[in-house]
Write a protein that binds this ligand. Sequence first.
Ligand SMILES: N[C@@H](CCC(=O)N[C@@H](CS)C(=O)NCC(=O)O)C(=O)O
Length: 312
Amino acid sequence: MTTPNGMTAQEFARGRFVRQGNRFTDLITADGRSGYPAEPGRYRLFVSYACPWAHRTLIVRRLLGLEDAIGVGVVDPIRDERGWRFPDHDPVTKAVFLSELYLASDPSFDGRYTVPCVWDTVNGRLVTNDYPAITTTMETEFTALHRPGAPDLYPEALRPEIDELNDLVYSTVNNGVYKAGFATSQEAYEEAFDALFATLDQLEERLSTRRYLLGDALTEADVRLYPTLARFDAVYYSHFKCNLRRLTDYPNLWGYARDLYSIPAFGETTNFDHIKRHYYGTHPNINPTGIVPKGPLIDWTAPHGRENLSAG
Ligand SMILES: N[C@@H](CCC(=O)N[C@@H](CS)C(=O)NCC(=O)O)C(=O)O
């Protein structure tokens, strides 16, 4: 059976999209007790600008000033059955396809070759493709390498609230759009659609009195929500049939998204060209012609006026 994202028939049971687990889950730690010490220049992060899970890691790397400490390799936005490939080859590992790095790390690996993933240049293997851990590792284990004045994106006191919100946002929004887009039954699609817009309504309300999700300061929760908002009107609204409302129909969420976009770590890592070419060009079951829509015309730089919501 051919599936939109190359998933197995089993994953498509009852028309529901089920995301595969992460194979590489080693941890990089500040003290090196895991065998992977957080050393500058040692690790290479592989991303696609199109991928929302990878987008988070680029935002955090930039917010924390880890650009010199952690190198980045960017894949071509268009993917075929061989998986992600580099525009020419990756200058550090010399790989042409991302699969080469997965198979060098585990010759028996038979899953999907996903971004984001982190490569250890010392041992020549992948350390992790566990995307939720990649950002929290940068936040908590790379602190010695953060730029002066870097924000604390995952403050201890707020972790329970951040984690709880992230769980809801992950299942109904970040992954919710995929559940809607890759559903192969009407029931599964509608279930995902309803849950998605219920959460967006809730977030719209939450952002009416707070500048960011947790209040006056940016946190990991904002980093996780933003990549889905950035892709919403350009891709998810049409390609994934998430069309009850557009992001631009939500005054608070849309102002919030523009507020974040105005921060270079968010705006300069948002590549609408890669995003659109990737989604519309990579899922033939959903978009058989591969035609990339020209619109929508959206002004991400319009004033957002949300400064007033901050106390400080
Ligand atoms: N590692 C996670 C999340 C990362 C992920 O889904 N990345 C996508 C891009 S957004 C990917 O690399 N897909 C490659 C493929 O399916 O061949 C997963 O396996 O589901």
